[in-house]
Design a protein around this ligand. Structure first.
Ligand code: AP5
Ligand code: MG
Length: 203
């Protein structure tokens, strides 16, 4: 089971990826989390990526493709994995298909999390408040101006990747405006359709 969670910043990709991981015992691959870890550890990739990640801009394709190519070799990816925040460009999507095809595997579903963009700012504000309440450092890209930049990057560079997957009949839309549980139930329905063999493309 290889699933892509696709959606704008703060749509709830990470939240739902954790749910699916726990329920289906597959790996959760978040390129954002991996880049933040590399930055925190001060690795070469982290040093290259820091200004871009903090500024809400995309890290070059070759860097994130390299990270994913290495990560999917791990044993915990053998059963399947959820991609959260990857691919974000057409170049990343075609590289992913090529690396999976070499292993005779393919993406099963691209789950598009539809959320009104006006609602996303509220979600980031909530996340900032929750992070502060836990006494943890706030993500540098969660400021209002950096968030606007991330949204612009999503609209201009990531959203145009969707037709690539639509042409493959792999896009499944979920209403991301519902509660966390409501969104989770929609994803569960998509995944259980797959298990029972009902593979018809959804609108
Ligand atoms: P990344 O870490 O992927 O960030 P993002 O896409 O901007 O998304 P977020 O992590 O902010 O949001 P999310 O959708 O995971 O939502 P969450 O579940 O947290 O990327 C960060 C940066 O890394 C990029 O800007 C780029 O620089 C770089 N990068 C990463 N991948 C890259 C790639 N492939 N190529 C190039 N560069 C890359 O939820 C948000 C909040 O809403 C939480 O508080 C949550 O509790 C709440 N919430 C969730 N669902 C609901 C709901 N249904 N109702 C109400 N509240 C909800
Ligand atoms: Mg996330």
């Amino acid at each position: 089971m290889i699933i892509v969670l696709f959606g704008p910043p703060a749509a709830g990709k990470g939240t739902q990826a954790k749910r699916i991981k726990d329920k289906h015992r597959v790996a959760h691959l978040s390129t954002g989390d991996m880049l933040r870890a590399a930055i925190a550890q001060g690795t070469d990739i982290g040093k290259k990526a820091k200004a871009l990640v903090d500024g809400g801009l995309l890290v070059p394709d070759d860097v994130v493709i390299g990270i994913i190519a290495e990560r999917i070799e791990s044993e915990d990816c053998a059963k399947g994995f959820i991609l959260d925040g990857f691919p974000r460009t057409l170049g990343q999507a075609s590289a992913l298909d090529a690396m999976l095809a070499a292993k005779k595997r393919s993406v099963m579903h691209v789950i598009l999390m539809d959320v009104d963009q006006s609602r996303l700012t509220k979600r980031v504000e909530t996340r900032v408040a929750e992070t502060l309440a836990r006494g943890e450092p706030v993500r540098p890209d969660d400021s209002l101006d950096k968030f606007k930049e991330r949204l612009k990057v999503y609209n201009e560079q990531t959203l145009p990747t969707l037709p690539y997957y639509e042409a493959q009949g792999k896009v499944r839309r979920v209403d991301g405006m519902q509660t966390i549980e409501g969104v989770g139930a929609q994803i569960d329905a998509i995944l259980s359709d797959e298990k029972s063999g009902k593979m018809g493309a959804r609108p």
